[in-house]
Design a protein around this ligand. Structure first.
Ligand code: GDP
Length: 139
């Protein structure tokens, strides 16, 4: 994966609340091309592995429970400056602090249940994309 790709998940809260279509619309309207996508559900082991960097944080158990409680949409997105531009599109981790018009401002309900994931570096985008997709699933 090159530096013009990022990885996202539409999290269980946004799926439950019927926001898949609206979120994908915001993503494509912002100029991101979907180069891989699947509807799937994380196992506890998947979520613990994906969020291993947070394993010592007090909210880790809550995060794993949340991320495994229902299906998600996982996708790899392509655009110039993808990681930074996508973080701007989704907004701050806490929707109360997210800028107007951002995906989290529009669709998230709390700091934990915040609708979408976006990779925080090119390196993590590559790791996270490979976590979810085989090479033949990426276009
Ligand atoms: P992100 O990069 O904006 O997603 O934020 P972080 O990497 O700091 O945290 C990863 C994810 O953990 C967030 O998107 C939230 O779903 C969750 N999270 C972060 N902080 C908290 C918190 O204080 N409480 C709970 N329950 N979840 C949190």
């Amino acid at each position: 994966m090159t530096g013009n790709r990022t990885f996202t998940m539409i999290k269980p809260d946004a799926v439950e609340n019927g926001h898949i279509g609206a979120i994908l619309e915001k993503i494509t309207a912002a100029g991101f091309k979907i180069v891989a996508m699947k509807y799937t559900q994380l196992s506890v082991r998947d979520a613990q592995g994906f969020y291993a960097v947070h394993s010592e944080r007090p909210f880790f158990g809550e995060l794993v429970e949340f991320m495994t409680r229902g299906p998600i949409v996982a996708a790899i997105l392509e655009k110039d400056n993808a990681v930074e531009d996508f973080r701007a599109l989704i907004g701050a981790t806490n929707p109360a602090e997210a800028a107007e018009g951002t995906i989290r401002k529009l669709f998230a309900t709390s700091i934990g249940e915040n609708a979408v994931h976006g990779s925080d570096s090119d390196e993590n985008a590559a790791i996270e994309g490979a976590f979810h997709f085989a090479g033949r699933e990426v276009f």
